[in-house]
Write a protein that binds this ligand. Sequence first.
Ligand code: ADP
Ligand code: ADP
Length: 228
Amino acid sequence: MIKFVNVSKKYSDGTEAIKGIDIEIPEGKLVALIGPSGCGKTTTMKMINKLITPTKGTIFINGEDITAKNEVELRRNIGYVIQRIGLLPHMTIEENISLVPRLKGWKKEEYQSRVNELLELVGLEPDTFKKRYPLELSGGQQQRVGVVRALAAEPPIILMDEPFSALDPISREQLQDELKALQKKIHKTIVFVTHDMDEALKIADEIVIMRDGKIEQIATPEQLLQNP
Ligand code: ADP
Ligand code: ADP
């Protein structure tokens, strides 16, 4: 479980991006972080894997205060999909997906079969795609690879910053369905950022609504649909 206790973030230029938030993200759920541009979604995500340090308050993962944790160790347990995909351009799709498993010392047969399995999960034929470079794929295909790459070493927590942005509406719906199906299968904690309420209502188990650096509401889609 990820827990924020009275967390604030003031950037060095004085911007108060996060103003004392409390969140509890239960284990194994698909959680949407939603709110208008500039409300603090990315800052919140980056504090979970210590790319940004809170100015105040404490973040716990499974009861442990993350300030005391080694960053490298922490990030090995957290898959992160950044906004603009972030595949490494000089590596093939297979090399990109297997990067963390290889760093963790997986055997060749193990990571190769994992790459095949993950590509198939998102509808990319392994033999066609694994030896290609990112720029030889369409935007939607790259985004799919970005998503499964975060899952490759089966981290307990996966953070996705607007994983569906930059997709055409059809690919977007497909990838939403794929992510939901994947989540049901692997039962990992997945937190994704969106500014699309329909998307959050469609796939999330819980929705955290942010506004101006604060939490406005935390609810399930069912609760929001009954009491909009
Ligand atoms: P911190 O104090 O948390 O280290 P910094 O203020 O040093 O954060 O900024 C970290 C990075 O974010 C820098 O590379 C900076 O260029 C970039 N940055 C600065 N202002 C903004 C902004 N308003 N929105 C997004 N990124 C910004
Ligand atoms: P969101 O992801 O919801 O669009 P962000 O977390 O990126 O929001 O930004 C929250 C606020 O903090 C915004 O006002 C943004 O301009 C500001 N901000 C983000 N990064 C930095 C930074 N590195 N330095 C200064 N201000 C920043």
